[in-house]
Every structure is written in structure tokens, then in C-alpha cells.
Ligand binder design. Structure first.
Ligand SMILES: NC(=O)c1ccc[n+]([C@@H]2O[C@H](COP(=O)([O-])OP(=O)(O)OC[C@H]3O[C@@H](n4cnc5c(N)ncnc54)[C@H](OP(=O)(O)O)[C@@H]3O)[C@@H](O)[C@H]2O)c1
Length: 216
């Protein structure tokens, strides 16, 4: 299938949490990892999150020039998966600093100030169809930034090429979100296998890089 190269990226605590139990955002990345993340954003044509992340974190999804060592910041396309078009009008991802597309389910489109709204899938956004549409628009490299349900969907579908996790040296505890939301494996056959490509110390944490493993 013709689709962009997909890089999933997230930061988690040493106990596998990507936010507080309340789902409130918390900074897990050190400065060195922030720099890596912004350079990664700048190397991509598009950056994607789910509506859950927009509602909880209100991210801008833009590139901060201060992390680029003198290179100029690009304006990657910002993408939100939002089946029911729940995105609030004042969301920062709609602020006009970079182009934005909201993908929703068929029949759920509504007029929103700023972004293009595209219907794509029955009930929820169909990832394969969306990726095909992005490829047709010239998106060659896509960064998936979260949150737990969107990353879980990409991992389960196998529609990814790299999965990077920065493990911060901290414990959050409780039952907050993890890098792979959704129901989870019901049996050993459902486990998503990864292949470890590299593992390096970065600041006070560890950067793990995986590619998709063989299905069992
Ligand atoms: N540490 C990190 O790196 C990091 C990064 C980002 C976010 N986070 C954290 O992650 C948490 C948010 O996670 P979340 O799971 O609530 O939100 P999310 O993954 O950003 O968004 C999930 C929502 O996206 C919509 N969606 C549409 N199509 C989908 C598809 N094919 N697959 C999956 N979802 C689809 C669904 O809502 P509809 O059915 O309404 O469309 C779904 O509930 C927050 O606590 C945030 O702070 C952490």
C-alpha cells in the first residue's frame, strides 16, 4: 500500500506511564529529548495526534526553532483524528501557525474555523485510508505523537515503521495512560512484537528505538 513512512514517538516514565493518572500532561522528556523531538518534527511532513490529546494537552504541534541548531523551522501539516468532530474552536492546533487537517468519520463533518475537515472511515477514522490520502497529498514522512489510543491503534494495525520511546527517570504510578491504549492482548497471539533497533542514554533517560517485529 502506498503510505507515508510512519514514525511513532512518545515519552514514558520508568513505570510505563505517559501522563498523570488524571491524564493531565506531565513533562517526561529532558532537554536533550525535547531537542530530538523538535528535530524529528522538523524532519517530517506531518505530525498527528488524536482528539484525546488535543482535549487534554492542547498542543500546538509546531517546531521550536531554538532546538534546531540554526536550521530553519518548517511547518509540517498538523493532523487530528477526531471521528465525531469534537475539536473545540479555540484549540491551539487550529491557530493558523501551520496547516491543519481534521479527519473525522463519514457523515460527521462540520464546519470548523481554520482546518480542512476530511471524512475518512465508518464510525472512526480508518488509518489505512487516511494514510493513503496523505500519501496522495505528498506526505512522505509522518510523525505520530499520541496519545495512548492513537498509538495503540497504529501499533495494532502494523501501520508503522519506527517506534521510539524515551524513558524518563521517574515513576508516575497509578493507572494513567500508557504507550498502547485500547483493550490490550487477550492472548499471546495478540501481543504486538517489536524488534529492538537501538538503545542509548539521552540526558537522564534512555531512548529506545524499535521497528515492527514478526507477527507470531
Ligand atoms: N508522553 C507522551 O509522549 C504523550 C504524547 C501525547 C499524549 N500523551 C497523553 O496521552 C493522553 C491522551 O490519550 P488518549 O488515548 O486519551 O487520546 P488520543 O490517543 O490522542 O486520542 C484518542 C481518540 O482519537 C480518536 N480516534 C479517531 N480515530 C481513531 C483511531 N483510528 N484509533 C484511535 N483513536 C482514534 C478517538 O476519539 P473519537 O472516537 O471521538 O474520534 C479516540 O478516543 C493524555 O493523557 C496525554 O497527556 C502523552
Amino acid at each position: 500500500m502506498n503510505r507515508p513512512y510512519v514514525v511513532i514517538n512518545c515519552a514514558m516514565s520508568a513505570d510505563g506511564k505517559i501522563a498523570l493518572p488524571s491524564r493531565k500532561q506531565v513533562r517526561i522528556s529532558c532537554e536533550a529529548d525535547m531537542k530530538r523531538v523538535h528535530q524529528l518534527r522538523n524532519s517530517c511532513d506531518a505530525i498527528l495526534v488524536g482528539i484525546g490529546t488535543v482535549l487534554s494537552d492542547d498542543p500546538k504541534l509546531t517546531v521550536k526553532e531554538k532546538y534546531l541548531d540554526g536550521a530553519s523551522a518548517k511547518k509540517p501539516l498538523r493532523i487530528v483524528l477526531d471521528s465525531n468532530c469534537r475539536i473545540p474552536n479555540g484549540a491551539l492546533v487550529l491557530n493558523g501557525d501551520a496547516p491543519t487537517i481534521v479527519f473525522c468519520a463519514d457523515g460527521k463533518k462540520r464546519a470548523i474555523d481554520g482546518p480542512e475537515v476530511v471524512e475518512c472511515g465508518d464510525g472512526k477514522v480508518d488509518l489505512a485510508k487516511m494514510l493513503g490520502g496523505l500519501a496522495k497529498r505528498g506526505v512522505k514522512r509522518l510523525m505520530v505523537e499520541g496519545g495512548e489510543n492513537v498509538i495503540g491503534s497504529f501499533l495494532r494495525s502494523g501501520l508503522f515503521d519506527e517506534f521510539s520511546i524515551y524513558v524518563g527517570s521517574m515513576i508516575i504510578g497509578g493507572e494513567g495512560p500508557t504507550p498502547a491504549g485500547g483493550e490490550g492482548a487477550k492472548s499471546e497471539q495478540d501481543i504486538i512484537k517489536l524488534k529492538l533497533e537501538s538503545c542509548e542514554r539521552l540526558g537522564d533517560g534512555i531512548l529506545l528505538k524499535y521497528s515492527p517485529g514478526k507477527r507470531i
